[in-house]
Design a protein around this ligand. Structure first.
Ligand code: ZN
Ligand code: ZN
Length: 188
């Protein structure tokens, strides 16, 4: 599985993403150079970036056919029908994107909290990756696959899958282990 920053992203955020994917799903991750071409997705009226347009661009990336390609960004994302999103993913597909812009306490008018940012990052990374593994939203509001439309809902859930979701996620991740092993041979 490949992890790609879009623009500048703090190393600690990337490390958190890689660690939670390894811990929760047993996924080995390879960090690849950042995608620096993202201004095309900027919407000046919203002062935000279009998540679908960024996903479309990722679909043309040379790693689009890798087992999974997870993008992480500081850019504030939206989709046309929502004022913002924490991330977006292809259900059962290869591509996902997570924004940490609104996971920062500063965004909500509070002092920065690095620990909280890392926990929230892990949750959203697992959530969007879970979608790529075919998981839909879970009714258990403490499960990482529960829908979060505001930061309170992000904070209510744990950075872990419920038992049912974990079985499905680990099963889907394991089914592709062979491809992942093959990819590990590809030098970055
Ligand atoms: Zn979701
Ligand atoms: Zn669940």
């Amino acid at each position: 599985m490949h992890v790609i920053p879009i623009g500048r992203v703090e190393p600690r955020v990337i490390e958190t993403a890689q660690r939670c994917l390894a811990d929760a799903l047993g996924c080995n991750t390879v960090l690849v150079p950042a995608m620096e071409d993202f201004e095309f997705a900027y919407d000046s009226a919203r002062e935000q970036y279009s998540a679908p347009q960024l996903l479309q661009r990722l679909a043309r990336h040379r790693l689009a056919n890798s087992w999974r390609l997870l993008a992480i960004t500081e850019l504030d994302l939206f989709i046309p029908m929502l004022s913002y999103v924490y991330g977006q993913a292809q259900l059962g597909g290869a591509l996902a994107i997570v924004s940490i812009a609104r996971l920062r306490q500063e965004f909500h008018g509070f002092p920065a909290d690095e620990g909280l940012l890392m926990v929230r990052t892990a949750k959203e990374v697992l959530h969007e990756t879970g979608h790529t593994l075919g998981l839909v939203h879970c009714r258990d509001e403490t499960c990482v696959m529960s829908l979060s439309t505001n930061i309170r809902q992000v904070d209510v859930k744990r950075p872990a899958f419920c038992v049912d979701c974990r079985v499905r996620a680990v099963d889907a991740a394991g089914g592709h282990r062979r491809q992942e092993i093959l990819e590990a041979g590809v030098s970055e």
